[in-house]
Design a binder for this molecule. Structure first.
Ligand code: ZN
Length: 412
């Protein structure tokens, strides 16, 4: 019996989805001076609600602590992600004819990585971003940004100031929201009568099918199926009228929502078709969720066998990337600098710091050519193609890439 209640429907959470042990906040990168100090660890134990099938992690820290001032993630550093955002912008303008009289509002707009493309097309934009350092970068690029968390209160403020949204979007934000009801109720408030909401989030069906347990971390409160999201939106008067499957983050959904009252947009067949696939995969019953944890443990044993085997043979292993998911993986598996000597990351905001919990040092990518490791473990496996291409020169010294998920694999 857990002490937690579902963050959407308030039913008691008794069914474990996956218990990954104790883990620090995955974005709590450490400065050298912090290495000798105590670190906070929290239970990384997720549950599934047996009433609404929302998979979730109880919150142990306030969002302000997690996404406050020093939040180290700047979206603009992955080429494939930027290409994805540009394509999204073009698709929206083409499909819904947004233009100079429309208002595009992005929730969790970060450094303006996405809104810059709407701005370039002459569409008025507004970013809502809780991390002041990210919002300041956006402002410097000419993208107006409010430093706020989104919810009913912020939505009211938008409407009162005449900035209701024709397009209200949020990429990888729905899963990061602790008060899901306040957030979705806010979408309803901020949306103009014929406005459109789009949200992208990693798809639970893919997480389970491809063993992506490392996408479970403290900043990520909900793991979403279309089934669960449809119920949440419906309760707040919003109807999903289309859905697309995307390759991003290991398999995401892009949902399209409108006011329940706005029947100018019929519900596409894709919605029912995907719900049917989720039901066929058992996402509306306990049995499928019960099997997940065993599969995760097996992944850990295999990765450790590989790393210990490499060590015994005198091979050297480095990491590539310092993403949140890497911290879940390394902490859960108990991998430290004896098994993975160091990692490299393109973001200058992370270089010179250490991974939380495991204390593996983060260097600039050029460091790999100096270290010449035998294996490079790709931590952001969702960017695997891009990284293999960018870092092809490791083959020059006989280096090989390794991916940890869905099962450890040395790439040819
Ligand atoms: Zn529930």
């Amino acid at each position: 019996m857990s002490a937690y209640a579902c963050r959407f429907c308030n039913a008691p959470l008794d069914l474990t989805f996956c218990d990954l042990g104790m883990s620090p906040l995955s974005n709590a990168y450490l400065r050298p001076a912090q290495l000798q100090a105590a670190e906070k660890f929290y239970p990384l134990h997720s549950y599934v609600c047996e009433r609404c099938w929302l998979v979730q992690l109880p919150a142990h820290e306030t969002p302000d602590h997690i996404f406050g001032q020093d939040y180290a993630y700047f979206s603009s550093y992955s080429d494939s992600w930027l290409a994805h955002c540009k394509a999204y912008c073009e698709l929206m303008i083409k499909r819904f004819s947004f233009g100079a009289t429309s208002q595009v509002v992005e929730i969790a707009s970060n450094d303006g990585y996405l809104l810059q493309y709407f701005k370039a097309q002459g569409v008025p934009v507004l970013g809502i971003e809780p991390a002041a350092n990210c919002a300041a970068v956006a402002e410097s690029k000419g993208i107006p940004s409010l430093v706020r968390f989104f919810g009913v209160q912020t939505a009211q403020e938008l409407r009162d100031s005449g900035r209701g949204a024709d397009l209200l979007l949020g990429n990888n934000v729905l899963a990061h929201v602790p008060d899901l009801n306040d957030f979705v109720a806010g979408l309803k408030v901020a949306l103009k009568p014929h406005g459109i909401v789009t949200m992208e989030f990693p798809h639970l069906l893919q997480l389970m099918a491809h063993n992506q347990f490392d996408t479970i971390y403290h900043e990520h409160y909900s793991y979403l199926s279309l089934l669960a999201v449809r119920g949440i939106f419906a309760r707040h008067g919003l109807t999903l009228f289309d859905v697309q499957e995307l390759p991003t983050h290991g398999g995401s959904l892009r949902i399209y929502a409108r006011h329940g009252e706005d029947d100018s947009r019929p519900v596409a067949a894709a919605v029912a078709a995907l719900l049917e696939r989720e039901t066929a995969a058992g996402l509306d019953a306990a049995a499928a969720y019960r099997k997940f944890e065993r599969q995760v443990q097996e992944t850990r044993y295999k990765l450790l066998e590989f790393l210990i085997g490499a060590k015994r043979e005198g091979k050297r292993v480095w990491g590539y990337g310092a993403p949140a998911k890497g911290n879940t993986l390394l902490n859960y598996c108990g991998i430290r600098a004896d098994l993975v000597e160091g990692t490299v990351d393109r973001s200058p905001h992370k270089q010179g710091l250490y991974l939380p919990g495991t204390h593996i040092p983060i260097h600039p990518p050029a460091k790999l050519a100096e270290a010449k490791p035998d294996y490079v473990l790709i931590l952001p496996w969702n960017l695997r193609e891009e990284i293999v291409q960018q870092m092809a020169h490791i083959r020059g010294w006989g280096g090989r890439f390794v991916v940890p998920i869905p099962q450890v694999q040395v790439l040819a």
